[in-house]
Design a protein around this ligand. Structure first.
Ligand code: FES
Length: 190
């Protein structure tokens, strides 16, 4: 190998070695950022208000009255939109299967707030509406309607399946705590 070819070869080898040395760091950084951006709900997470003046505050049994609902995130995990949940306080006597009854507490039941049609954020009916059962959850995008008293069964519109339920329980302070994973994939995922 003449001097010029040897110099070229040395330069290429040096570049390859430099990239190889950087690679583990790059992979680690990517792994870290993916982990922090996709942290899902876990048992024991406290649910906090997602919106409004009390955003970030822990939701308790006394935070809302019967037939009200709030949007919530697991504490510290609002960076993952798939964690967004709707926590409803219903008449305990009217909450029935297919709701996972073990995942409810004193009429409080939580569902994914992401529509299973095309992923819009759903809303809780604030007051009775004509030709719609009360209470219900509806989607403002294409009119899907869900029954929160019966496992968010689809009542109408294009949603192909219920909103996944997020099992909850109350701790000794009356705070709403995640008791398990969502019952099904979130949003448009099959
Ligand atoms: S995104 Fe909810 S009905 Fe279409």
């Amino acid at each position: 190998m003449d001097r010029r070819r040897f110099a070229n070869w040395s330069l290429k080898a040096g570049i390859v070695a430099a990239i190889a040395a950087l690679l583990p760091g790059v992979v680690t950084l990517r792994g870290r950022s993916r982990t922090s951006a996709t942290r899902g709900v876990e048992p024991g997470d406290r649910l906090v208000f997602a919106l409004g003046g009390n955003a970030g505050e822990v939701i308790t049994e006394g935070s809302f009255t019967q037939n009200e609902a709030v949007l919530a995130y697991p504490e510290g995990k609002s960076d993952n939109h798939e964690n967004l949940a709707m926590v409803c306080k219903l008449d305990p006597a009217r909450v029935q299967p297919p709701t996972d009854m073990a995942g409810t507490a004193h009429g409080i039941v939580a569902y994914s707030a992401i529509c299973t049609h095309l992923g819009c954020t759903v809303r809780f009916s604030e007051e009775p509406m004509e030709q719609a059962p009360f209470p219900h959850i509806h989607c403002p995008c294409h009119g899907a309607m869900f029954d929160p008293q019966h496992g968010s069964t689809v009542l109408g519109g294009p949603a192909p399946r219920p909103l996944p339920q997020l099992p909850i329980k109350l701790n000794a302070k009356g705070e709403v705590i995640v008791a398990g994973p969502f019952s099904a994939p979130i949003g448009v995922k099959a």
